[in-house]
Design a protein around this ligand. Structure first.
Ligand code: PLP
Length: 466
């Protein structure tokens, strides 16, 4: 029943310490937060603790009263003082792996890695600097704080991404970055070229902004240069939006030569190239990012959603120098700035090495999941890499796309039809995207893959009763 590890700092002539009662209350609070003192635990009597700490009984009485005021403990008449039950308040969202019933292969999210400990630590570290915290509570430049941009940009540079802290802007994720681009650099009725199957979030944005999208054909390396050139001549587009690394949904990654060929065409037709690099930090190795090859032709967007945590909502954008001011105005108009509390938290996670550790865990986990894909779906027409969160599966010709998606759903496996990824008027390929990172456990993923493998083998026409 003894409270452990309470070390009191007495005042000296040179140093005025916190009052002893408050030091004791702080220690109780700390031990409750760390789990050392669980809910319902009985605290020592006032006398016992006073003896242990060599303080007066009055000091302990005051300390317990302070702890009670903070709603940490409760005094029960005749029974003693007990740690309050620390039930999560009703507004804390709770999720448990067991709740997951269906095998949901719908969302392209990082595998479920426990980030609570590192987040708590990062918040504690931030809380140790009240002056900076107060600074973070003020309005700042839309670009974000210099110190924060420096940390993030240096981290990206160490991953061979040429992002300049003087030029980058923080955003609330890649989606926000794409929204800023369309609102800052496109007008209603402009045409934007996109890959023939592409990220649905961009298609939705374009629809909302009344921007036309036109597809460009893909092969296993992404955009086909001849198709891009033909589209430039036909549509006089304003920009090209593409995902050169781990394309969503096909997983294609452009070779460096392909990147150079695409950039040469963009320069020739004065076409801005939007490099959506949200998946860019996932491959262990990859060709040079487009922004490294031509920073004055490329708008680069990226973020921490796929490599750290989507809930952080932190992204970044770097545009050619001549567009910098317009971007600044767009960000200012949209939300004035990104919360410095958020960018400060991300800096803590990067600075302490947590971001790199999570990325390594993601690599490890995804490699294992991709091996399961190989094991169950290796005999079918799949496109995937060992680092991609998703798999692009082309269906056997006896399956109709919508029938396959419904059949999978009926058996509890949620997948995304190619229809979602196809721009209006484009040809829908007979394929589906499987987000294999989404199920919480590997066994749930295996269960889903097995169901899909069984379905793929079955010709639905042969199932009809005669
Ligand atoms: C290609 C692509 N771009 C952007 C996004 C949006 O990411 P964020 O969470 O950074 O907004 C996604 C999310 O899945 C994506 O797949």
């Amino acid at each position: 029943m003894t409270i452990m590890n309470i070390v009191l700092t007495p005042s000296t002539e040179d140093h005025k310490a916190e009052p002893l009662y408050r030091q004791i209350a702080d220690a109780i609070e700390h031990q409750i937060a760390s789990g050392e003192l669980p809910g319902g635990h009985k605290l020592p009597t006032h006398r016992a603790l006073a003896d242990q700490l060599k303080v007066t009984v009055g000091t302990v009485t005051r300390a317990y009263a302070e702890a009670e005021r903070r709603e940490l403990v409760e005094a029960r008449v005749g029974a003693g003082t007990f740690v309050c039950q620390q039930d999560a308040p009703s507004w804390i969202y709770s999720y448990s792996a067991q709740e997951e019933e269906a095998c949901n292969l719908g969302h392209n999210i990082p595998p479920c890695i426990d980030r609570a400990g590192m987040l708590k630590q990062a918040m504690e570290n931030l809380s140790r600097h009240p002056e900076q915290l107060n600074q973070m509570m003020l309005y700042h430049d839309p670009q974000g704080l210099d110190a924060h941009r420096n940390v993030v940009a240096r981290w990206l540079q160490a991953k061979s991404l040429n992002i300049d802290p003087e030029r980058m802007h923080f955003t609330s994720g890649g989606q926000h970055a794409a929204q800023l681009i369309l609102s800052a650099f496109c007008r209603q009725g402009d045409t934007v070229l996109v890959e023939q199957v592409t990220y649905p979030g961009f298609l939705s944005l374009a629809r909302q902004q009344q921007v036309n999208v036109k597809p460009v054909a893909l092969d296993h390396e992404g955009i086909i240069p001849a198709s891009l050139e033909a589209a430039c001549r036909q549509h006089q587009p304003r920009m090209l939006y593409c995902t050169p690394t781990l394309q969503n949904p096909t997983t294609a990654t452009m070779s460096e030569q392909r990147r150079r060929d695409i950039l040469a065409i963009c320069r020739q037709y004065q076409l801005l190239l939007v490099e959506d690099d949200v998946n860019g930090l996932l491959p262990q190795q990859r060709p040079a990012p487009m922004v490294n090859l031509d920073p004055e032709q490329v708008i680069h967007i990226g973020g921490l959603s796929k490599c750290l945590a989507p809930g952080l909502r932190l992204g970044y954008i770097q545009v050619p120098l001549n567009l910098q001011q317009r971007l600044n105005t767009a960000l200012h108009n949209h939300s004035l700035m990104i919360s410095p509390l958020l960018t400060g938290l991300a800096c803590e996670l990067i600075h302490k090495g947590d971001a790199d550790r999570v990325l390594q865990d993601i690599h490890h986990d995804i490699n294992q999941r991709q091996q399961l894909v190989e094991q169950y779906l290796g005999d079918f027409a799949i496109q995937h890499t060992q680092d991609s969160f998703h798999v692009w599966l082309t269906l056997p010709d006896y399956w109709r796309l919508s029938d396959f998606v419904s059949a999978a759903e009926q058996q509890g496996v949620i997948i995304k039809s190619a229809e979602m990824f196809t721009p209006p008027g484009g040809t829908i390929p007979p394929a589906v995207r499987l987000a294999i990172s989404a199920p919480v456990t590997h066994s749930k993923l295996e269960q889903g893959l097995l169901i899909l493998a069984e379905l793929l083998k079955k010709d639905p026409m042969n199932d009809f009763p005669l």
